[in-house]
Ligand binder design. Structure first.
Ligand code: SF4
Length: 211
C-alpha cells in the first residue's frame, strides 16, 4: 500500500542564506532580504508537494541494488507540481534572473525538508512494525544507475496513480522530484534516515549541510 504523508511548509531563512554564501551588507544579500517574502509567497502558492512511500516484500522483480539481505523494500517519492517550474521560468523570461534563481533554491530546500519530514514518519512506522532500515539509496549516487529509478517507479505505480514519469534520459518529470529507497528487515543494523553529508560523495548537492 502506498502511504501519502502530510508535511509542513518548512524553511530556515538563515540556512538558505548560508547555503547561498550570502554575507551581511553585500548588495546581493540586501536584495535577497528584500524579495524573500515575495518568493516565499510564490513558493507557498505554487509548490503543491506530494510525499509518499510504500513498504512491500522484496521480491526478485523489484531488482533494487544493495538490499538483497532485506525482506522488505521501502520506495519513497517526493515531488512538486510543474507549476513552480513555470513560475521560475516566467521570472527568468522577464529577466528577473536572481529572483528565478532564488525561488528555485528556496523551492528545492522546502521539498528537501518535506522529504525529511516524510522520512521521520516512515521511521516511526518502521519502528512500530519491528523493522529496521538500511541506509538510504538514491539512483544516480554511490554507483547506483539512474535507470534504477524505473524499478522504484514501477513499484510505486503498481499501487497508485502517481503523476510522475521518466524521460528517455531517466530524468524525472516533474523535474523537482526525488525518488529513493531503503531495505527493511528485523535482522539488520539500524540506520537513520537523516542525511550524513560528511560521508556523502554528492559534492554539488544543493542541500549539503553547511556549518
Ligand atoms: S550531500 Fe548531504 S543532503 Fe546532499 S544527498 Fe548527500 S547527504 Fe543528502
Amino acid at each position: 500500500m502506498v502511504v501519502f504523508t502530510q508535511t509542513e511548509f518548512i524553511y530556515d531563512k538563515d540556512r538558505i542564506f548560508r547555503q547561498l554564501h550570502l554575507k551581511e551588507n553585500e548588495n546581493a544579500t540586501k536584495y535577497t532580504h528584500q524579495v524573500f517574502p515575495k518568493l516565499i509567497k510564490l513558493a507557498k502558492e505554487n509548490l503543491k508537494i506530494t510525499t509518499c512511500y510504500s513498504i512491500r516484500k522484496n521480491i526478485t522483480h523489484l531488482n533494487l541494488p544493495n538490499i538483497d539481505c532485506c525482506k522488505y523494500v521501502v520506495s519513497c517519492f517526493c515531488s512538486c507540481s510543474n507549476k513552480i517550474n513555470e513560475v521560475i521560468e516566467d521570472l527568468i523570461q522577464k529577466n528577473e534572473f536572481l529572483d528565478g534563481f532564488l525561488l528555485n533554491h528556496i523551492s528545492n530546500e522546502i521539498l528537501f525538508n518535506a522529504s525529511n519530514q516524510m522520512n521521520t514518519q516512515l521511521e516511526n512506522t518502521i519502528n512500530y512494525l519491528g523493522l529496521r532500515l538500511t541506509k538510504r539509496h538514491s539512483p544516480g549516487e554511490n554507483n547506483i544507475d539512474l535507470q534504477v529509478q524505473e524499478n522504484i517507479l514501477r513499484n510505486l505505480k503498481d499501487e497508485t496513480n502517481l503523476e510522475v514519469s521518466l524521460t528517455e534520459n531517466y530524468m524525472l518529470e516533474p523535474e523537482k522530484s526525488m525518488l529513493y529507497y531503503f531495505g527493511a528487515d528485523s535482522q539488520i543494523e539500524s540506520h537513520s534516515t537523516k542525511h550524513d553529508c560528511k560521508t556523502c560523495d554528492s559534492i554539488n548537492c544543493p542541500h549539503r549541510l553547511v556549518d
